[in-house]
Design a protein around this ligand. Structure first.
Ligand SMILES: Cc1ncc(COP(=O)(O)O)c(C=O)c1O
Length: 399
């Protein structure tokens, strides 16, 4: 007897994420594909103390069923951290999610009907594309690295716009200040929601942080709690540890209520132990204590990767040195290079990269690759780049 077929959207997924997660376990392979933090930056002792205290001192918060939208104390701490100037946040503006990833999933659940339009910064985060795939959205790509993008035109009639303004995954780019203003103005004018996904906002290695879309959208707002068009997504994954699975949404109260309804049918609530750990960590300013070391380490690794690229890849790819984040986006000079094929060939040469097709909602961009610099020490980054040069030359020679 044959079993019922799996849902149709599953046949549209790709197996690249599985390939690079599995690549981490191949001995000797250098993984430039993932987006993983270096485990040495996790504040293990501090987190162990918070975990112990969460259970021993706060069993009610940690071990009971929790409110769907998060522990009140954690929501208050997040509201206080982000409130400044015209941006006035109350608990009703904040909900806790199981990582930033769940927030992306919930946004899709509450806003998208089958075939609805999303104006998405292009290239776009693979996890977001995966989260929204079951709704079969129609994408309107916004190339924010060019000046001839019609932001308001893309957003008019779309359910939401999706952006990663700080060091986008995968492109590593900053959305510049004038385009941030334009995105916010277009959200006000068109009524389109504006999703600001910000896992890398604390990882600036050069220069001062640019204003968040959330802050810009609150300009001139009255005294009440924030009621603007931005849906801001934060996470502790890059500043503390991804295993905590603590993320949050900051948005207008009506959106928080809708997302909470969706979360009820998803995982009911985020682990109380992890929420209680996060509350203590934020109350004590743990991210501020560890960020200087993280930034120094990652800046040095970015410099090491880019120096090796200049030595080995200068005739093969173009790239910009990112001012923060975790990724360099390298575009092949030869338009014939297909980075899907390069990914497979790279494995034979002992290096794993991620191809651009998976970050393109239409799967058509085959010319670029995303290289991660946070996971490996400088010597390994240099050797990975040398292997990538070798694999690229072999691939081009085979065409
Ligand atoms: C742009 C972007 N959004 C969201 C996430 C999800 O992060 P997490 O679920 O670990 O908070 C990531 C993870 O790498 C990311 O790069």
């Amino acid at each position: 007897m044959s079993r019922p077929a799996l849902a149709r959207w599953l046949s549209q997924t790709n197996d690249v994420t599985q390939t690079f997660l599995a690549a981490g376990r191949i001995p000797g392979l250098i993984n430039l594909a993932g987006g993983l933090p270096d485990p040495s930056v996790w504040p293990v002792d501090a987190l162990a103390g918070y975990a112990q205290s969460a259970v021993a001192d706060h069993p009610g918060d940690s071990l009971a069923y929790s409110p769907i939208d998060g522990l009140p104390g954690l929501r208050d701490v997040i509201a206080a951290r982000f409130s400044r100037g015209d941006l006035k946040l109350g608990r009703e503006n904040v909900m806790v999610t199981t990582g930033g990833m769940q927030a992306l999933d919930l946004v899709g659940k509450v806003l998208l009907d089958q075939g609805d339009a999303i104006a998405a910064q292009s290239p776009a985060y693979l996890g977001a594309l995966d989260a929204w795939m079951p709704r079969g959205p129609a994408y309107r790509p916004m190339r924010l690295d060019t000046n001839d993008v019609d932001i308001a035109g893309c957003m008019a009639g779309a359910k939401f716009a999706y952006t990663v303004p700080n060091f986008s995954n995968p492109s590593g780019r900053l959305v510049e200040a004038d385009q941030r203003q334009e995105l916010v103005a277009a959200a006000h004018d068109t009524g389109c929601w504006l999703v600001e996904d910000d896992p890398y906002g604390a990882l600036y290695y050069d220069g001062d942080p640019l204003p968040r879309l959330l802050d810009l959208s609150a300009k001139g707002q009255g005294d009440g709690p924030y009621d603007g068009p931005v849906i801001y997504l934060g996470t502790l994954s890059k500043e503390l540890a991804p295993g905590m699975r603590i993320g949050w949404v900051i948005a207008a109260p009506e959106m928080i209520v809708a997302l909470t309804t969706a979360k009820q049918g998803s995982d009911m609530f985020t682990s109380g132990i992890c929420q209680r750990m996060a509350q203590s960590a934020l109350e004590d300013g743990l991210p501020e204590q560890v960020l200087p070391q993280i930034i120094d380490l990652y800046r040095a690794r970015r410099d090491a990767l880019c120096a090796a690229m200049a030595e080995h890849l200068g005739d093969l790819y173009d790239w910009d040195v990112p001012k923060g984040g975790m990724f360099v986006w390298a575009v092949a000079k030869d338009p014939r290079l297909n980075t899907d094929a390069l990914m497979t060939r790279g494995l034979d040469h002992g290096v794993c990269i991620s191809p651009s097709s998976v970050f393109d909602p239409e799967g058509k961009d085959h010319r670029a690759t995303r290289l991660n610099f946070t996971l490996n020490p400088p010597e390994k980054l240099a050797e990975g780049v040398r292997r990538l040069a070798e694999a690229t030359r072999a691939e081009l020679a085979s065409l």
